[in-house]
Design a protein. Structure first.
Length: 130
């Protein structure tokens, strides 16, 4: 796949916000094999109930909500990262089979499998003796 097959869209701030919390762009790793692209997004604090994935036309939008992050009956003494929501937007090419996309989330890591459409998978051409 070429870089143009999946691209990050920069203008995340153009989205209207309903919640009054900071929104972060999650770090994402993208891997590829002959059948699929794999997208791994680090979104600490999200689970299957607080992450949403939408695909409209060629735009894939990932959003995650994180609750306040406070521990009951305790006061924060020191924190090395801020709590906030996540949003990341990608533009997909037509080379992705949209009907077979699979998403899972575990321990704050969202994993998307984006299968390649049949017409772009490499194919072995048999050679016959003449």
């Amino acid at each position: 796949m070429l870089e143009k097959d999946i691209q990050k869209t920069e203008n995340v701030s153009a989205t209207e916000r309903i919640r009054n919390v900071k929104t972060f762009v999650p770090r994402v790793d993208i891997y590829e094999n002959k059948d699929s692209l794999f997208l791994l997004a680090d979104m600490p604090g999200v689970d299957e109930n607080t992450v949403d994935i939408e695909l409209e036309k060629n735009v894939l939008t990932i959003t995650g909500r994180v609750e306040n992050g406070h521990v009951k009956d305790a006061a924060m003494m020191y924190s090395e990262y801020e709590i906030g929501d996540y949003e990341r937007v990608f533009t997909l090419s037509d080379r992705i089979d949209r009907d077979k996309i699979v998403a899972t989330v575990k321990n704050g890591v969202l994993r998307l499998e984006l299968p390649k459409a049949e017409e772009v998978k490499p194919k072995k051409i048999a050679i016959k003796a003449a």
